[in-house]
Write a protein that binds this ligand. Structure first.
Ligand code: WT7
Length: 697
C-alpha cells in the first residue's frame, strides 16, 4: 500500500482530550419563552418519519405555489426538496413582514468608528433599498434570473441589500469574504462565470479606512486571465458622494451605486417566483485540492432549513435583538445573520469592525446600547475577547438569554468563561456544529430541551441522523466514545445541491468513500461524508475532533493546505512546500509552512518574507503562516510523497512516531532541531483512539 498523502492526522491528533463535563440545565425563565419545548420533537423527526418531517420547516415560509413532492431522489445524490414549489427569498425575508413589522428594525448597523451613529433600517426601509438596488441590477446592469453575481464587500448593510436584491431577481449571488485578496475574488468570479461584480470603495478596520476598491481591479484582471470578462463593477461608497480609494474608476466599467440609484428612486421590482430547487447562492470553500469549490445552495430547501434552525436552535422571536458577530462573507453570516433571522422578522445586528476596537469593552457596549439578547460568535473570538478583557462584560448592563458558539471545538475552560462571564450565568449556550456545505446546523442541543455539556456539540438536530464509520465502512457502535468519520445517513433540506460546474467532484468528495451503490436512487445508499472526525458519548452527544482531510480550520475559517502550498510555490526560489496545522492559543489552528529551495538559492529572511507576501496577495491575510521554515529537504516516503504527518508532529511537539521506513529518515532530526531547538524532544502522546488518524488512511 502506498503511503497516504493526506495530513490525516493533525487536526484530530492535536485535539485536546477533554474529560466529560457536567450537564448544565437551561433556566426556567428561558424554557418559559422558548420556541421549541416539545419533548417529542426528535420522535417527530425520526428516521421513520423521513422525509415528511421536514414539511414543518417548509411551512415556515410563504409559497406562491405549494410543492407536490417533498423529496425527489431520482438524480441521486443531487437531492431535490419541495419540488413543484415556487417562492422568492427576498419576499420571504422582507415583503411578507411589512404588514406587521413595517416600522420594526430589520438591521441595526454599527459602524466601527464610535462617533458615527448607529443606523436602524426598518423592514419598510429595507424593502425600499432592496427594490431600488434590484432595479439597478436589472435595468442598468442587465442581471436576470440564473445569472451569477459576485459580491466582494465588507460588513455594511449594503451587503445584505445586494444579496436580497439578487434573490429578488433570481440571480445567484456569490459573496466572497471581504478579507480575501483581489486574486482570490477573481478566481471565484471566473469559476462562477459572473459578469457583474459588486464591491465597495472602502471600510473601517481597527480605526483605518482601508482601500477596498483596489481589490476589484485585481479581481477583474485575474478573472480576465482565466477567460471571464466582467462588464460592470458596481461600487458602493462608504460615504455616498465621496470616493475613498486611490484607484481610478474605469470608464465604461466601474459605476458608483449611489449615482445609479438616483435614477431608480421609487422603483418596485416584483419578486421573481422561483422553483424551490433553483440555486440561491454559491459559497466557495476550501477542499483537498488547490481549487476552492462553489457550494451551490437552493432556494426552498435552504431557506426552510435556516428558518427552522434559527427559530428552534437560536430561539429567535421577532421581538429579539440578535447579534451574530460572524462575517456575512462566510456561511455563518449567510444563514444566521441574513437569511434565517430575516425570514423570522428578527432584528439582526451588523457590526462593521474589529470586536476589540477601540478597546476590549466595545462588543459589550454594543450589546448594552442595542439591548442585544441573543449573541452568536466563534471560539476564536471568545478567546480573543477573554484575553483582551476578561472582566469587561460585567461592566456593561446587557443580558443575553441565548449564546451560540460555532466553527471549531471550544475548550471547556473557554466555554465556562463564555457561560459565567459573557452570559452572566443567565444565557443558554448552543455549540453548533455544521459546515459551508450543510447550509445550517447538524448538531446542537435544543436549548430548552437538552442540557448543555461544555466541549460537546450536543446531539444531532431533529431530522439529522449521524453515523460514525471506521475506515472500512463499518459502523462504530453508537455511544461508544470511539472516534471515526462522522457522516449523515439522510439528506436534509439545507444540504448543498452540488459543486458549481463540477458534479463529479461533488459525488466523489462527499459520497465516494461510503456510497453503497453508485447506481442507487435510494437516499439510504448515500451517507454524506462530512470530512470531520468525531466520537459519540454514551448520552448521545457528539464531540467533534476536527478535519480528517487536508483542510485547516484557522480561527473558524477553512483553508486548504494545497491552496497555501501552491501560493508558496509561486515564489521562484521554492522547490517544494508543505503546510501543516499547528495549535494556537487564540486562533485554534494556524498554518506552519515548510519549504525547500531550488538548487543555488540560500535560505534567509528575504525568502521567508517573499513566501508570506505571496500567500497574503494570492489568498489573503487570514492565511498568513505562523512560521516559514526553510528546510534542507522534506521528509519523504520511498514513493516520494511528503510526510506532512511528520512535519505536523514536529510543529506541535508531538510524538513523531516511526520514521525508519522513510526514504530520508535523517532529515527528520535536522528539521526537528530547526523547529524545536537542540534540546530534548518534548513529546505529547496522541490519544489511543486517534490511531485511526494515523498512517492507515
Ligand atoms: C468545519 C466547517 C459552519 C460554520 C463555520 C465553519 C468545523 C464547525 C464546529 C463545532 C467543532 C466545528 C468542522 C467543520 N466546525 N463547527 N461546533 N465544533 N468543529 O464553516 O468553514 O465550512 O468549516 O468547521 O471541522 O467541518 P466551514
Amino acid at each position: 500500500m502506498s503511503e497516504p498523502e493526506v495530513v490525516a492526522t493533525s487536526e484530530a491528533q492535536i485535539a485536546v482530550h477533554w474529560k466529560e463535563e457536567a450537564y448544565i440545565q437551561p433556566s426556567a425563565q428561558f424554557i418559559a419563552q422558548a420556541n421549541m419545548t416539545d419533548p417529542y420533537v426528535h420522535d417527530r423527526f425520526g428516521l421513520d418519519r423521513f422525509p415528511e418531517c421536514f414539511k414543518e420547516y417548509a411551512d415556515l415560509l410563504d409559497w406562491y405555489a405549494y410543492w407536490h413532492t417533498l423529496l425527489d431522489t431520482s438524480d441521486a445524490p443531487c437531492w431535490k426538496w419541495f419540488v413543484g414549489g415556487k417562492l422568492n427569498v427576498s419576499y420571504n425575508c422582507v415583503d411578507r413582514h411589512l404588514t406587521k413589522y413595517r416600522n420594526k428594525a430589520a438591521i441595526l448597523y454599527v459602524p466601527e468608528p464610535e462617533d458615527e451613529a448607529h443606523v436602524a433600517i426598518t423592514y419598510q426601509e429595507l424593502y425600499v433599498r432592496v427594490n431600488e438596488f434590484a432595479a439597478v441590477l436589472r435595468d442598468f446592469a442587465g442581471v436576470k434570473a440564473g445569472d451569477r453575481v459576485t459580491i466582494h464587500m465588507p460588513m455594511v448593510p449594503e451587503l445584505p441589500v445586494a444579496m436580497l436584491a439578487c434573490a429578488r431577481l433570481g440571480a445567484i449571488h456569490s459573496v466572497v469574504f471581504g478579507g480575501f485578496s483581489g486574486k482570490s475574488c477573481g478566481e471565484r468570479i471566473a469559476d462562477s462565470g459572473s459578469r457583474v461584480l459588486i464591491t465597495m470603495d472602502s471600510y473601517y478596520r481597527s480605526g483605518t479606512l482601508l482601500d477596498h476598491k483596489e481589490k476589484a481591479d485585481e479581481a477583474v484582471k485575474t478573472a480576465a486571465e482565466e477567460g471571464q470578462d466582467v462588464d460592470k463593477v458596481l461600487v458602493w461608497r462608504r460615504y455616498p458622494g465621496q470616493y475613498h480609494s486611490a484607484t481610478p474608476m474605469q470608464d465604461g466599467r466601474d459605476y458608483f451605486v449611489d449615482n445609479e440609484l438616483k435614477t431608480h428612486v421609487g422603483s418596485r421590482i416584483e419578486p421573481v417566483a422561483l422553483a424551490a430547487e433553483d440555486p440561491l447562492f454559491l459559497m466557495y470553500t476550501s477542499g483537498t485540492t488547490g481549487r476552492p469549490k462553489g457550494c451551490q445552495h437552493s432556494t426552498g430547501g435552504y431557506l426552510s432549513y435556516v428558518a427552522g434552525t434559527s427559530k428552534y436552535v437560536q430561539d429567535i422571536h421577532p421581538e429579539d435583538v440578535y447579534w451574530c458577530m460572524a462575517d456575512i462573507g462566510w456561511i455563518t453570516g449567510h444563514s444566521y445573520i441574513v437569511y434565517g433571522p430575516l425570514s423570522l422578522a428578527a432584528t439582526t445586528v451588523m457590526y462593521e469592525g474589529v470586536p476589540t476596537y477601540p478597546d476590549a469593552g466595545r462588543a459589550w457596549r454594543i450589546a448594552e446600547q442595542l439591548a442585544v439578547n441573543i449573541f452568536h460568535t466563534a471560539p476564536t473570538t471568545i478567546r480573543m475577547l477573554r484575553k483582551a478583557g476578561p472582566d469587561e462584560p460585567q461592566k456593561y448592563n446587557y443580558h443575553f438569554k441565548h449564546m451560540t458558539t460555532v466553527g471549531e471545538p471550544i475548550e471547556p475552560e473557554v466555554w465556562q468563561w463564555y457561560y459565567d462571564v459573557v452570559g452572566k450565568g443567565e444565557a443558554v449556550i448552543c455549540d453548533t456544529w455544521w459546515q459551508t456545505e450543510t447550509g445550517g446546523f447538524l448538531c446542537s442541543t435544543l436549548p430548552a430541551l437538552q442540557a448543555m455539556k461544555a466541549g460537546s456539540a450536543g446531539p444531532s438536530m431533529p431530522g439529522i441522523h449521524p453515523v460514525i464509520y471506521d475506515e472500512n465502512g463499518d459502523e462504530v457502535p453508537a455511544g461508544s466514545g470511539k472516534a471515526g468519520n462522522i457522516c449523515i445517513r439522510n439528506p436534509w433540506p439545507g444540504g448543498f445541491q452540488t459543486i458549481w460546474g463540477d458534479r463529479e467532484r461533488y459525488v466523489s468528495t462527499y459520497y465516494g468513500k461510503y456510497c453503497r451503490n453508485p447506481e442507487s436512487k435510494e437516499w439510504r445508499d448515500w451517507p454524506y461524508f462530512t470530512g470531520d472526525g468525531a466520537m459519540q458519548a454514551a448520552d448521545g452527544y457528539y464531540r467533534i475532533l476536527g478535519r480528517v482531510d487536508d483542510v485547516i480550520n484557522v480561527a473558524g475559517h477553512r483553508l486548504g493546505t494545497k491552496e497555501l502550498e501552491s501560493a508558496g510555490l509561486t515564489v521562484e526560489e521554492i522547490a517544494e512546500a508543505a503546510v501543516v496545522p499547528v495549535a494556537d492559543d487564540i486562533r485554534g489552528r494556524v498554518p506552519d509552512m515548510y519549504v525547500s529551495l531550488k538548487p543555488g538559492f540560500d535560505a534567509g529572511p528575504v525568502i521567508e518574507a517573499k513566501v508570506i507576501e505571496a500567500i497574503e496577495t494570492i489568498i489573503g491575510k487570514i492565511a498568513r503562516p505562523k512560521h516559514v521554515y526553510i528546510v534542507p529537504d522534506m521528509p519523504k516516503t520511498r514513493s516520494g510523497k511528503i510526510m506532512r504527518r511528520v512535519l505536523a508532529a514536529i510543529s506541535n511537539t508531538m510524538d513523531i512516531g516511526d520514521v525508519t521506513t522513510l526514504a530520508n529518515p535523517e532529515v527528520v532530526e535536522s528539521v526537528r532541531q530547526m523547529v524545536q531547538g537542540e534540546g530534548m524532544v518534548v513529546t505529547q502522546e496522541g490519544p489511543e483512539d486517534l490511531k485511526l488518524f494515523g498512517e492507515e488512511r
